[in-house]
Design a protein around this ligand. Structure first.
Ligand SMILES: [Zn+2]
Length: 475
């Protein structure tokens, strides 16, 4: 995600890894088959879902857990909206949504299920051994809140991010059941295969993780993606094809940012390795922050000026590499996600000087901002500059933003300064190639750089993330 208020602050202050998955193994992934329809009059999605779950853990399982993110928008729920964002999220007043499930079955037999206070659905299943499959089916109904957020309806546009029950990550012998935190992008999913059939009003356009619908119906299949999102609205579109990928800009207006998307895709394809999916949709939609990434589709807020749109397009497309193809634990190591993506955005400007944004100026801005943050909040106690923190443990969204985007960017620039351009970019290529379709760890990231340099980087990186570093490597 790209946080809008980060830029506002800058101005004010300036002044368990997936086992052996590569492309050939897409058959050994969990598959979602969803048949759904959107009722425009009630803003409700009704769906039947079949999940063919593949047990890629080393454990015998007796239950499967799913996040019901749609239920976080309910009245009395642990809302994903922070207090400071309420007025911009709900311009027409507070409003609620919900998600209900019914008729849950495991291998055709009725299954017991329970939904906890964190909106995690637990389905009891017959004993499931490693490398074996089980089929769970359920119906779900999603009532959309009127909200400018990842999931919701606002002003004629439907944002369907995190719209279906999604399997929780399974790590260190247990299901990971994070609630929908208001900080960060608190999603932690593994790649899966999807087959989606979705009906919507014929007069509207549907863009998705796997291309677009036609005549009120989206029929889409895609393998090896971490999530599946859809945006529906009365959009005009412009398309361009780059290295076999169709990139489409969707907007209600006549604006056209396909060139920025094209420059971003070209730059990252060259620097990190090729984007692997056939389509990429960039949709200008109702969203309270700058933008939001999903595999194959990104949101760009409809409340941005020209320069911000360009930056958000470059940032969210960078997430296709860092989050999308190379996954990471965004909940506990958000700097691996946002720090690297923010730095990649800076590299985008460096490699595309026609945009008139200088790399050194962006790094200098981040450094000034970070130092002022440290000075202003130095009395807030321990943990002020700790980057390895669960997003739910940051006391303020400001601290989350400074530790992940700002300090994260500074750290990646410092690593580059230390090991040199050649090793740094070769390291990122290795990181991409070796961790495609997996959930990468800090050790994977450090190891990728160490393959191309004699520097031992573990303690160096740790001193940044544990908050003890002096920023001596910044030029
Ligand atoms: Zn982001």
């Amino acid at each position: 995600m790209k946080k809008l208020f980060l830029i506002i602050c800058v101005v004010a202050l300036s002044v368990l890894p997936l086992v052996g998955c590569n492309k050939a193994d897409f058959d050994d992934l969990t598959s979602y088959t969803i048949s759904a329809s959107l009722d425009d009059s009630t803003r409700t999605v009704s769906a039947e879902m079949q999940v063919d779950y593949y047990n890629n853990t080393e454990y015998e399982l007796n239950e499967l857990c799913f996040h019901l993110y749609g239920n976080a928008y309910r009245e009395g729920g642990k809302s994903p909206i922070s207090q400071t964002d309420i007025s911009s999220a709900y311009p027409n007043g507070l409003n609620y949504g919900s998600m209900t499930v019914s008729d849950v079955k495991a291998d055709g037999e009725s299954a017991q299920f329970d939904i906890d206070e964190n909106d995690v659905l637990t389905v009891t299943v017959p004993r499931l051994m490693p490398t074996r499959r089980i089929t769970v089916t359920m119906n779900f109904e999603l009532k959309l809140a009127e909200i400018r957020h990842r999931l919701g309806y606002y002003s004629g546009k439907y944002n369907l991010g995190n719209w279906y029950p999604v399997i929780c990550a399974f790590r260190d012998g247990e299901w990971v059941k994070h609630p929908y935190y208001s900080n960060g992008d608190p999603f932690d999913s593994e790649v899966a295969n999807y087959s989606i059939s979705f009906t919507y009003p014929e007069s509207l356009t549907a863009a998705s993780t796997a291309g677009e619908g036609e005549n009120g119906k989206l029929e889409a299949s895609i393998k090896g993606v971490r999530d599946f999102a859809i945006v529906i609205g009365d959009f005009k579109k412009k398309s361009v094809t780059i290295d076999g990928t169709t990139v489409t800009w969707y907007s209600e207006g006549s604006d056209d940012y396909t060139q920025v998307a094209k420059d971003a895709l070209n730059t990252y394809n060259d620097l990190f390795g090729k984007y692997p999916y056939p389509s990429l949709s960039v949709v200008k939609t109702a969203f309270l922050n700058g933008g939001m990434e999903y595999p194959g589709i990104v949101y760009v807020s409809d409340a941005l000026n020209d320069d911000m749109i360009k930056e958000v397009v470059a940032h969210e497309i960078a997430h296709q590499w860092w989050y999308g193809v190379v996954g990471n634990d965004q909940v506990n190591f958000a700097w691996m996600d946002e720090g690297l993506t923010e730095y990649t955005t800076t590299v985008f400007y460096e490699k595309n000087p026609s945009y008139g944004v200088e790399k050194d100026a962006r790094i200098a801005d981040s450094l000034t901002t970070y130092m002022i943050y440290c000075e202003l909040y130095k009395d807030n106690g321990k943990g002020l500059t700790v980057m390895d923190k669960c997003v739910g443990d940051y006391p303020t969204s400001l601290e989350y933003t400074y530790m992940t985007y700002v300090k994260g960017q500074l750290m990646f620039d410092a690593i580059r300064t230390l090991i040199g351009d050649k090793a740094f970019f070769a390291g990122l290529k290795t990181y991409y190639e070796d961790n495609k379709y997996k959930v990468a760890t800090k050790a994977d990231l450090i190891g990728a750089f160490e393959k191309h340099t004699d520097y031992k980087l573990t303690s160096y990186v740790e001193s940044w993330v544990d908050g003890s570093a002096l920023m001596y490597a910044i030029k």
